[in-house]
Design a protein around this ligand. Structure first.
Ligand code: PLP
Length: 455
């Protein structure tokens, strides 16, 4: 058992728990991305920047629930808000409209330039799905366009060309649609157009050729949370979409609250037509939301107060409202936690400290790898970055092929043994509670990990 385990000798209980899990949960994990060979590390407790596993090992956490925990684990303000909400309300959820839904909507409208109105969902996936349906209903066009390498949740229309095998993906100007999973109906391949990221000429050609059918472009303004759209690319894309009558959907599930409190759109000074949010918005509870222009968002209003004429309704008939439902949408405990999180982020110094610490870590890591003559750059924006073992600019999914992922994976496994929690090959998310000491320990661990793998 020990010999098989590249993690460490100290994860015996994790291994046992995994064996037990595998008997009742396929592969022992409830999200495939959470699998680590030979077994995931089973966590039991969190505190601030730290995670503790079932064997009692401590880790500095840079996964932070895939970015959701921007204030780290168990932030007292977030805890208090959730507990107080349940205590004051006398229930976990009302199942009716309530005040916090409006309070949070007003907050999001004040923060995100592209948001005039808000609807809630229970995950980022549901948010992008609702944004896509909204765009289709509003424009009356059947297709969407997405960028190669961009992730928007695990459902059929967007689970295409996220991490494609390049032999299947075709040349940049004519990218093929590559499904990420068995079971995706051909319909979605036929109705999703794949665009190359940060290549405005190629993207423009594809968009012009297909404009009559494309309702919207959905994009991560910062691919994977770490490869930023170039400013000129973004500006031109907004111009082209406006000209061609294609809606622009920013998927800010990762970037919302993490680049600026008001997301990537504040940094790029771009107003998307629709925005999808998630992760940080729930303070660690499941959440999603879409926001957007009033005129577009109101097509889901069920009060019949408006005649909704879309491009697709040539006969001028009144359309039914867009279907949007969800038992737990706008969950009060979740919104209370999210609001507390946003309040802390808005306090003077929180974001500055978070961004400054992220830069200190990035600079420190670059120095460590330089000392060891390993080509490395950190790539990122705001409080998220990735460690890329390659030289030259990284502008899109295809550029990631330059990186030495074997070496990176070896280092990441050593880091796990040294108490640094990065899911191998994943990006780094920082929290506002990671300390200077955490950063020092992380740099020392990298130093040691590199020495070990270079032996
Ligand atoms: N969109 C982006 C950019 C994401 O990063 C994710 C999750 O990682 C999603 C959508 C899906 O969000 P969720 O996992 O909450 O469904």
């Amino acid at each position: 058992q020990k010999k098989l385990n590249p993690l460490s000798q100290n994860t015996k209980k994790s291994a046992e728990l995994f064996e037990r899990a595998k008997k009742v949960i396929p592969g022992g994990v409830t999200a495939n991305i959470k699998y680590i060979a030979p077994h995931p590390i089973m966590m039991e407790r969190g505190n601030g920047s730290k995670l503790f596993d079932v064997d009692g090992n401590e880790y500095i956490d840079y996964l932070l629930c895939y970015g959701a925990l921007i204030l780290g684990h168990g932030h007292p303000r977030v805890y208090e808000a959730a507990m107080n909400q349940m205590k004051d309300a006398g229930t976990t959820i009302f199942g009716t409209p309530h005040r916090l839904e409006t309070v949070m909507a007003e907050k999001l409208i004040s923060l995100f330039p592209g948001i005039d109105m808000v609807r809630y969902t229970n995950s980022g996936l549901e948010a992008t799905l609702l944004a896509i349906r909204t765009a289709a209903a509003y424009t009356g066009k059947p297709k969407i366009a997405k960028f190669e390498g961009h992730y928007h949740g695990g459902y059929d229309q967007v689970l295409l060309s996220v991490n494609p095998d390049l032999d299947l993906a075709g040349v940049e100007t004519e990218p093929n649609v590559v499904p990420e999973s068995p079971g995706i109906p051909d319909y979605y391949r036929e109705n999703t157009v794949i665009l190359p990221f940060n290549d405005i000429e190629a993207a423009e050609t594809i968009l012009r050729d297909n404009a009559h059918e494309i309702s919207a472009i959905i994009m991560e303004p910062v691919q994977g949370g770490f490869i930023p759209a170039e400013e000129a690319f973004m500006t031109r894309l907004r111009e082209i979409t406006e000209e061609l009558g294609i809606l622009l959907i920013f998927d800010e599930v990762k970037t919302g609250f993490r680049l600026t409190v008001g997301g990537a759109q504040n940094l790029y000074h771009i107003k998307p037509d629709l925005t999808a949010l998630g992760k940080v918005l729930g303070g660690g509870f499941p959440v999603g939301a879409i926001g957007g222009k009033k005129e577009i968002m109101e097509i889901s209003a069920p009060d019949g107060g408006r005649d909704i004429l879309t491009a697709g309704a040539e006969n001028g008939s009144k359309k039914d409202p867009l279907f949007h439902s969800g038992t737990y949408n706008g969950h009060p405990t979740v919104l209370a936690s999210g609001l507390a999180t946003i309040e802390v982020l808005e306090e003077q110094g929180t974001m500055d400290h978070l961004l400054a610490n992220t830069n200190i870590l990035r600079d420190g890591l670059e120095e460590v790898y330089k000392r060891h003559d390993i080509p490395m750059q950190t790539v990122g924006k705001g409080s998220i970055f990735n460690v890329i073992l390659a030289e030259g600019s990284i502008k899109n999914y295809r550029d990631m092929g330059k990186a030495d992922s074997d070496l990176r994976s070896k280092i990441d496994y050593e880091l796990l043994k040294l108490g640094i929690y990065t899911k191998p090959l994943n990006r780094y998310s920082m929290s506002a509670v990671h300390s200077g000491e955490d950063i020092e320990r992380t740099l020392t661990a990298h130093e040691k990990a590199i020495r070990i793998v270079q032996k």
